[in-house]
Structures are given as structure tokens and as C-alpha cells.
Design a protein around this ligand. Structure first.
Ligand code: BES
Ligand code: ZN
Length: 881
């Protein structure tokens, strides 16, 4: 029998802590296997706490070696202690000081939570509940304290000693080979924002003067040898700091801002106060080893973590149910930053593609949960696309509904009113309600109701009366534990497009409240009437993707292709084309299943070609128009009884048809895009590469490129990773002549660079060929692979599970068994990484019966295992629910 699953944590059970901790003094004496941590906490009972109420501190695998209260050792019966809890049974009625010493083994910490070593560097990761692996504490975000940290280590091992806040003092420990540094962070913060780093690291420095006149020293610490790969990260940091001042009026508040890149890190990066710790993948970039996507990712993640300084650190979350308060809002801010740095339309399309490919499937499957969940078993599993991406969409909708000015006023009020607090979504929304006068009670449902709302739009035009009506119906599908849903407040941005492509101005609009061009859809069904229209307009609905809904309209392909050529909103221009393409791919998948030939309407090919060759459009936009939705996107739209193999064949046939029917245009555009300019990571040059590489993909998968010569030339002539990797992908995925040599030459060139080798693993793991699973198995024994490194696992096993639909979902179930088995092994080492990998199963119920049976069997096999971590147990149980 497996042990009882521990009780879940519920939002309604939130109570403020009985004790507060106002200051924390830490003295950390580092040693690889026996680090000693002394903590001195100033504790006081909260108002209303009855005298004698036990103080209960959190721990996790801790070893207590000493304990004193107000300088006195406590009697054995005055405390209760275990590795995951320390209770002071009858503390004093007034303020007191608690001193503790714990002993840690950083080398044995493979979970990468708490204090661990990455390639010899000591580092910490405390969000969400890692601080309790360092010392006993009220490890919850509403316990705000001022931290002073003394770090001591052997000088030779760790010449660099970093903590939160500002440096105060450093020096040698007399008579030893050790030295120390003291850091002080004046801003009260929750324990999850604590960090320290110690190691032999190289430093790249710069500086920034804030709008308030503060000179800030900026440092990026990396392993020796990587100093040359920090320029882009530093540049992104300075642009982020300026942008937050300009766009949100928020300036930095310490004298130093340190970033450390480490190679073993579960997540992308972490916003610890004044000491951000990054997965090196989001810091290091050089043209030869990083793709344009990597550069864009670095810009985004640097900005995101920096922006947390205000949205997350200065104002933090009361409890972990409020996670979207910092994450959704900060994603919104980083998206806006990137949009301002690059092309707004292209960025919006990229964000919506990500939302649809990651969040929509989550919302449609067994792991669906509200943006603000009400219950969790394991908080680590709630750093999800829903909390992040949908959380950002909710903030974006607020801005859309209230308008730019009221939105900014609301943000200012939020910063003003809640600075220094741990707060809630209710408090956040109240600021916008006050700033705008708009009642947000119904809007708040976006935080409560899971599931992607379905919006159906039907339109009718009456020539005689010049009236155009648009009927909008909404329905929120049932999700786990939420069968019945209420109608939501949905902003639907619309325009009516005339035959000449211009927006038509109606004489009047009735049937719904409108602010500007935004319809406030609040009812289950609403009909909006536009009058004074002399010609039949084509409605452009949900412009800019004004709400995270699944839109379905009665527009014919002809109208959609008209929008694809004429819509003045570039997002909807792209979306209209995508809708027609998606319908064609779904139809093609059905054809394959019936063993009928795949066909493609001429008008669709013509529309794709028109956008591809339109020199007035941005390169990156043209690339997006030409790129087909992925196999997983098609599966999501089909939604049930999915046959991934039929989808793969259908998509390949459509790609082949486009490649051959557009062969001349593709060849001409490709030839015209060659560039002799020096490499630049900026958006314009990246956009040019993206179009050229999408064209290359068609060439390699078409008749004209089948000898592989052009793709090989592209590979060999590439002077940057974006082009080299694009060509390698085509060579391997189309199995073109020379692909083995190309793989070997790539590996020879990049074998010393783990991040570049991740791309090599990924290319092979995503090949839709029957041999891939065996290849993946074999690659786990490659010298560049390591199951202890989350980046390597994501690049090989993660890419196979989420980026290779047909092979992960093999009809014989071998893909499921392999990934489930790998996750089971990984779980012993790193539960958080294992649980993440396992969420690849989240869409299993949408598969056709045979595959569904195999997926379920793999999950049930895991479920019967007594030894699963809480992280894995949570995912397995919810997937099977
Ligand atoms: N606070 C998170 C990092 C984190 C996540 C720590 C989960 C512990 C558990 C950080 O701000 C973050 O959100 N990072 C993202 C990248 C970001 C650009 C969305 C990440 O790590 O993926
Ligand atoms: Zn974040």
C-alpha cells in the first residue's frame, strides 16, 4: 500500500502567521559536504496571538545541531524537532531571539532546491519552499524580514562571495585559508527571495544611473571562459532598467544588481533580491552558439527577473495561491518590453502561439486549473502556463477594457498602496476598479474559472437597412472540479473592414457596451447591431487576440482570405490565414485517416504566397504566415480521438504541396534573402533569417531540394547558430543525403559547449522516425548527456516527449513507457524536474483509443509505485483523475 497522500493546501484555510520574524542574521560557513548555517531570528508574536502559542517553523531534510532562545539552550521537552519541522512549544509572550545552527550537505543536494553546488559553485534556489532546506523558518511569502548574511568559504574554492542587497564588509578569517563577506538587504522580503552564491567565477561589469540619480553597479558572474558571452545579457539588463522607468515609473532601489549564471538550474531564472540567479542558457550568447530565439529568450528572461524587483519583490504574494499576482503581471510586463524593443505584431503573434500551444492544452486536459488555484498538493507544480501565460492575458485584458490611461493609473495606485506588502489578487483588482470606476466583479472570474472560453461569432448583413449584426455567444467548458461556469466579462476588439480594405465607421452601435473598438461581452449571448453601412463589411473579430478564448466564426474561407490580405490589424491578418490553414490541415488529417489523397485549395496557396512575397511586410511576419501550425497544434484543434501519425502524414503532405506549388516563389525569395552583412542579433536581421530559414525548410522538404545540396550548402556556409541549426534540422528531419555527416560535424564543432550540444540532442530527439526512440535511448549514454542536468534532460527527453508527437505517442506505447520510466528514475534525484517531464502526458485522454490505453497503462504503472515524490504523485494522480 502506498502511504496516504498528504492533505492538500487550500486557499480558504489561509491564516496570517501567529509570529512575525523581523530580522534574520545568517552566518553560512561553506564546505562541500558539511556546511554550517547559523541563523539568528528576531521573533515576535503577532497581534492577537495568545501567550504560549507554539511557534512552528518549517524545515525540509534539515539536521539541527544547536538551538538557543534568548541565549539559553532549551530543555528537550520545550521543543519538538524533526527534519521537516521545529516547534518551540511555549515561547515567551513578547519578542525574543531564536538562534539555530543547521548542517547541510550541498554536494548531496541533487534536487537543486535550497543550497547546492553547480559545477563547484555554491548557489541557492529558495522559491517556492527551498529556504526551509537551509534553516528552520516561517517559510511562507507573507513573513517579511530584513536579512543580513555573512558568507564564509575557502578562498581558493570561492573567491567570489555574493548575497542579497548591498555589500557591507569582507575580509580574511585570520589564521585560516578562508575569507568572508557580509551583505545587507534593507528591503524586507520573504524567505523565497533569499540567495547566496560562492565560487570561482569571472565577472563582467557595467553600470547604470537610475532616473532617481542612483548609480548602480551591474555585474554578471559566469564560469571562467564565458566572459565573452555576456554582452547581450548586459545590454538587455540596461534596456530593461530604462524601460521600467519609462513605461511604469519604476526605478531600481539598491547600489548593486548582480546576476549569476549557473549550469544546473531547474527553472529559467530566479529574481532573488539584488542577486538574480540564472540558468546559463538565459545569459550566455554568442553568434556561433546561440540562435536568434536564444537571444530573444535572454532578453525576455533578463527583463522578467528584473521587473520582479517591483512586481514580486517590493510587492509580493500573501500566499502561493496568489502566484499569478507576481508571475502573470511580470510576464505581461516582459511581453510589453519585448514588444517595444522589437515588432509589436510579431511579438504578439509569438506570444499567442505560445499561449495556444502550452496553455490551451493545459486548460483542456486533466491538469486544468484556474489562474488562481484554490487547492494544491505541491506548489512546484503550479508554475504553469495557466498561471504565467493566461495570467498575463488577464492583465492584458484589464488594459484593453480600461484603456491605457486608467490602466496606468491603476498600476500606479497598486505600487503606491501596496509597496512593502504581501498582498492578493483582490487588492490588485481593487486598484483598477478605483482607478477606472469599472465594476470588475465579473471580470474577477478570469482568476477563478478554469477552461478556455469558447466564443462563437455569427454575423448578418441586411443591404436594405444597412444594418450589420454580430452575435457573440460564450461558453466555458467544464474542467476538473468545476462543472458549471458563469459567463465571463470578455473584451472583444472588433473592426468592420470594407471592400477596399479600410475600416468602416458605423452610424451607431447597440446591443453591448463598447469602449473604443472593444465590445464588452458579458452575457452568454449578445447581439451587437451596427447601422449605416452601405456595403457588407467583413468583421475582424478579437483583434490582437484581445481575450484568451477559442474563437469560432461563421466567416467563409473567402472572407478569411480577404482578411489575410487586407486586415489593418496584423495580428488578425495572420490569424485569419492561420484559421484557413488549420481547417485545411484538419481536413487533410481526416483524408489521411480515410486513406484518401490530401488536397489544398488553390486560393489558400495563393494567399500564403501573396503574404510570403509581399515586400511591404516585415520579414518575420512573412515567416509566420508561411509557417504551418505544428502537429500538436493540429491535435489540439481536433481535440478528441487524435491520431498523431495521421496528423504527421497530413501535415507533411500539405507542406510538400506548398513547397512544390510555390517552388518558384520560394526559390526566388530564398535567393534574395542571402546576406553578407556582419551578424547582428537585432530584430530586423533575425527576422530576415527566420524567413530565409522557413523557406529553407520548404525547399528541403520539396521536390527541388530533395538531393540535399542546397540545405547542405546552407549548413556549411552558416556563420551563426540560427542558420546552422535550421539547416541541420531540415537535413535530419527530411533525412536528406549528408545528414549523418552534418550531425557529426556539428558535434565536433560544439562538443565543448553543453548549451550548443543541447541543440544537437534536440534535433535528433524530434525526428519523426521510428528509430528515434532507440536513438534517444542511446544518446542518454553520450558523454555530453547527464541526467543530473535539467537542460540536458529537457533537450533530449523533454524534446522527445513534447516536440515529437508521432514518436512519443507511438501506437505501440513504447514512447509512453520510456518517458514514464525515465521520469521515475529522475524522480529519485530531482522530483521537480521529473514532475515537469511527466506533464507531457497531460493530453492523453484526447488520443484515439489504442494509444489512450497505452498512455493510461504507463500512468497507472507509475501510480502503483509507493516511492513517488509528492511532485510526481500529484501529476500522476491528477492526470488519471
Ligand atoms: N520566480 C520564477 C522562477 C521560479 C519558478 C522559481 C518556479 C521557483 C519555482 C521566475 O521569475 C520565472 O518566472 N522564471 C521563468 C522565466 C520567465 C521569463 C517566465 C522560468 O524560470 O521559466
Ligand atoms: Zn517570474
Amino acid at each position: 500500500m502506498r502511504p496516504e497522500t498528504p492533505a492538500p493546501v487550500r486557499l480558504e484555510d489561509y491564516r496570517p502567521p501567529a509570529y512575525g520574524i523581523t530580522t534574520v542574521h545568517l552566518d553560512i560557513r561553506l564546505a562541500p559536504q558539511a556546511t554550517r548555517v547559523r541563523a539568528r531570528l528576531a521573533v515576535s508574536p503577532a497581534e492577537g496571538t495568545e501567550a504560549g502559542t507554539p511557534l512552528v517553523l518549517d524545515g525540509d531534510e534539515l539536521k539541527l545541531v544547536a538551538l538557543a532562545l534568548d541565549g539559553r539552550v532549551l530543555a528537550e521537552d520545550a521543543i519538538r524537532v524533526s527534519p521537516d519541522r521545529l516547534e518551540i512549544l511555549s515561547p515567551p509572550a513578547g519578542p525574543f531571539t531564536l538562534e539555530m545552527e543547521t548542517e547541510l550537505d550541498p554536494d548531496a543536494n541533487t534536487r537543486l532546491m535550497g543550497l547546492y553546488r553547480s559545477n563547484g559553485t555554491y548557489c541557492t534556489q529558495c522559491e517556492a519552499e527551498g529556504f526551509r532546506r537551509i534553516t528552520y523558518f516561517l517559510d511562507r511569502p507573507d513573513c517579511l524580514a530584513v536579512y543580513t548574511t555573512r558568507i564564509e568559504a575557502r578562498k581558493g574554492d570561492a573567491p567570489v562571495l555574493l548575497g542579497n542587497g548591498n555589500p557591507v564588509e569582507h575580509g580574511d578569517v585570520p589564521g585560516t585559508d578562508r575569507h568572508y563577506a557580509i551583505w545587507h538587504d534593507p528591503h524586507p522580503k520573504p524567505s523565497y527571495l533569499f540567495a547566496m552564491v560562492a565560487g570561482d567565477l569571472a565577472r563582467v561589469s557595467d553600470s547604470f544611473t537610475t532616473s532617481e540619480g542612483r548609480d548602480v553597479a551591474l555585474n554578471i558572474y559566469v564560469e571562467h571562459g564565458n566572459e565573452g558571452a555576456c554582452d547581450w545579457a548586459m545590454d538587455s539588463l540596461k534596456r530593461s532598467m530604462r524601460w521600467d522607468e519609462e513605461a511604469f515609473g519604476r526605478a531600481y532601489d539598491l547600489d548593486v544588481f548582480n546576476i549569476v549564471a549557473v549550469s544546473d538550474f531547474n527553472m529559467g531564472a530566479m529574481e532573488n533580491k539584488g542577486l538574480n540567479i540564472f540558468n546559463d542558457k538565459y545569459v550566455l550568447a554568442e553568434p556561433d552558439t546561440a540562435t536568434d530565439q536564444d537571444y530573444a529568450g535572454i532578453e525576455t528572461v533578463i527583463a522578467h527577473e528584473y521587473f520582479h524587483n517591483w512586481t514580486g519583490n517590493r510587492i509580493t504574494c500573501r500566499d502561493w495561491f496568489q502566484l499569478c499576482l507576481k508571475e502573470g503581471l511580470t510576464v505581461f510586463r516582459d511581453q510589453e518590453f519585448s514588444a517595444d524593443q522589437r515588432s509589436r505584431a510579431v511579438k504578439r503573434i509569438a506570444d499567442v502561439r505560445l499561449l495556444k500551444s502550452h496553455q490551451f492544452p493545459e486548460d483542456a486536459g486533466p491538469l486544468a486549473h484556474p489562474v488562481r488555484p484554490r487547492l494544491y498538493h505541491e506548489i512546484n507544480n503550479f508554475y504553469t502556463a495557466t498561471v504565467y501565460e493566461k495570467g498575463s492575458e488577464v492583465v492584458r485584458m484589464l488594459k484593453c477594457l480600461l484603456g491605457d490611461v486608467a490602466f496606468r493609473t491603476g498600476m500606479d495606485l497598486y505600487f503606491d498602496r501596496h509597496d512593502g506588502e504581501a498582498t492578493t489578487i483582490e487588492a490588485f483588482l481593487a486598484c483598477f476598479q478605483e482607478a477606472s470606476g469599472v465594476d470588475l466583479a465579473q471580470f474577477a472570474l478570469w482568476y477563478e474559472q478554469a477552461g478556455t472560453p469558447m466564443v462563437r461569432a455569427e454575423s448578418h448583413y441586411a443591404k436594405e437597412t444597412g444594418r450589420f449584426t454580430l452575435t457573440l455567444r460564450q461558453q466555458v467548458p467544464p474542467t476538473p472540479k468545476q462543472a458549471d461556469k458563469k459567463p465571463m466579462h470578455i473584451p472583444v476588439r472588433v473592426a468592420l473592414i470594407g471592400r477596399d480594405g479600410r475600416e468602416l465607421r458605423p452610424a451607431s452601435v447597440t446591443g453591448a457596451e463598447m469602449t473604443g473598438d472593444v465590445i464588452h461581452l458579458r452575457e452568454t449571448s449578445q447581439t451587437v447591431t451596427f447601422t449605416g453601412l452601405a456595403e457588407r463589411p467583413v468583421p475582424s473579430i478579437l483583434r490582437g487576440f484581445s481575450a484568451p478564448v477559442s474563437l469560432n466564426s461563421d466567416l467563409a474561407d473567402e472572407d478569411l482570405l480577404f482578411l489575410a490580405a487586407n486586415d489593418s490589424d496584423p495580428f488578425n491578418r495572420w490569424a485569419a490565414l492561420q484559421t484557413v490553414v488549420m481547417n485545411a490541415l484538419i481536413a487533410a488529417s481526416a483524408c489521411v485517416a480515410r486513406q484518401e489523397p490530401v488536397t489544398l485549395p488553390d486560393a489558400l496557396v495563393a494567399a500564403i504566397e501573396a503574404n510570403t512575397v509581399d515586400g511591404t511586410l516585415e520579414h518575420a511576419f512573412r515567416a509566420l504566415c508561411l509557417q504551418l501550425p505544428g502537429e500538436a497544434d493540429i491535435a489540439r484543434e481536433i481535440g478528441h480521438d487524435v491520431d498523431p501519425e495521421a496528423i504527421r502524414i497530413a501535415r507533411a503532405a500539405v507542406r510538400r504541396t506548398i513547397a512544390d506549388r510555390m517552388a518558384r516563389a520560394i526559390a526566388a525569395e530564398y535567393a534574395g534573402l542571402a546576406s553578407t552583412d556582419a551578424f547582428s542579433p537585432e530584430a530586423a536581421a533575425a527576422g530576415r533569417r527566420s524567413l530565409r530559414n522557413v523557406l529553407l525548410d520548404y525547399i528541403g522538404h520539396g521536390e527541388s531540394g530533395s538531393d540535399g545540396a542546397l540545405v547542405r550548402a546552407h549548413f556549411e556556409q552558416a556563420d551563426n547558430m540560427t542558420d546552422r541549426l535550421a539547416a541541420l534540422n531540415v537535413l535530419v528531419h527530411a533525412a536528406l543525403p549528408g545528414h549523418e555527416d552534418a550531425l557529426a560535424s556539428f558535434a565536433a564543432r560544439h562538443k565543448a559547449n553543453p548549451l550548443a550540444m543541447d541543440k544537437w540532442f534536440m534535433v535528433q530527439a524530434t525526428a519523426a522516425q521510428d528509430e528515434t526512440l532507440d536513438k534517444v535511448r542511446a544518446l542518454t549514454r553520450h558523454p555530453a548527456f547527464s541526467a543530473g542536468n535539467p537542460n540536458r534532460v529537457r533537450a533530449l527527453i523533454g524534446a522527445f516527449a513534447t516536440g515529437n508527437q508521432s514518436q512519443f505517442n507511438r501506437a505501440d506505447g513504447a514512447g509512453f513507457d520510456y518517458v514514464a520510466g525515465f521520469a521515475r528514475e529522475l524522480d529519485r534525484r530531482n522530483p521537480q524536474a521529473a514532475a515537469r517531464l511527466l506533464s507531457a502526458f497531460r493530453s492523453w485522454r484526447a488520443l484515439e483509443p489504442e494509444r489512450r490505453k497505452h498512455a493510461e497503462a504507463a500512468l497507472r504503472h507509475l501510480a502503483s509505485d509507493d516511492g513517488l515524490s509528492a511532485d510526481m504523485r500529484d501529476i500522476v494522480d491528477r492526470c488519471l483523475q
